[in-house]
Design a protein around this ligand. Structure first.
Ligand SMILES: [Fe+2]
Length: 193
């Protein structure tokens, strides 16, 4: 079994008897991988992103055990040590462990997003949370505009939650041609047929 699949299995064990949380990280991983591949992340960054997506909410259980609640801040506080332990036991490389732990400790912080792995993890988590938390379309739209940066993430969010934004007018082809004509005229460009 690949190291990432091992990690996935360990997370399923970790959330034993809690199908909602298992399905949550499986979905976040799937969106993260899709966006990461479409945005051409290099192999290493994609690997970090996938590992982070599996373990991103690992702080929930220790936070609940220690404090009886698991808000975002507590998850960020309790998550990294737990993630490190699990990744180490599965033989992940030290630099991967460090970056994944950092992402686990910051994935509810939306200022200072410092890399594509971080950005895509946040987008994937939002895509799943909008649905799981039954957010209203207007709030989703606002949050996508504020947080999302990747073309793939924005496209998925739009398709899934407000596809009317994609609807074209009946005369879109004509409008497009007219716009092109206007552009050419404005630029004084001559195109040979
Ligand atoms: Fe999450």
């Amino acid at each position: 079994m690949s190291r990432l699949n091992n990690l996935c299995s360990r997370m399923i064990e970790f959330y034993r008897d809690d199908p909602a949380r298992i399905q949550h990280f499986i979905k976040v991983h799937s969106f993260a991988k899709l966006i990461g591949e479409e945005e051409h992340l290099d192999e290493k960054l994609l690997y970090i992103l996938e590992a982070a997506a599996y373990v991103h909410d690992i702080g929930i259980r220790p936070a609940e055990a220690k404090f009886g609640r698991c808000d975002g801040k507590l998850q960020e506080q309790e998550g990294p040590a737990e993630a490190e332990k699990m990744l180490k036991s599965l033989g992940f490389e030290q630099d991967v462990i460090e970056r994944v732990s950092y992402l686990v400790g910051h994935h509810h912080t939306y200022t200072d997003i410092d890399g594509m792995d971080y950005q895509i993890l946040v987008e994937a988590d939002f895509l799943v949370n909008y649905f799981e938390d039954h957010l209203e379309t207007e709030s989703i739209k606002k949050s996508v505009k504020k947080i999302f940066k990747t073309e793939t993430g924005i496209r998925i969010a739009t398709e899934m939650f407000f596809p009317e934004e994609f609807q074209m007018s009946d005369t879109w082809a004509q409008d497009g041609l007219q716009e092109l004509d206007d552009f050419i005229e404005a630029q004084g460009i001559y195109i040979r047929q």
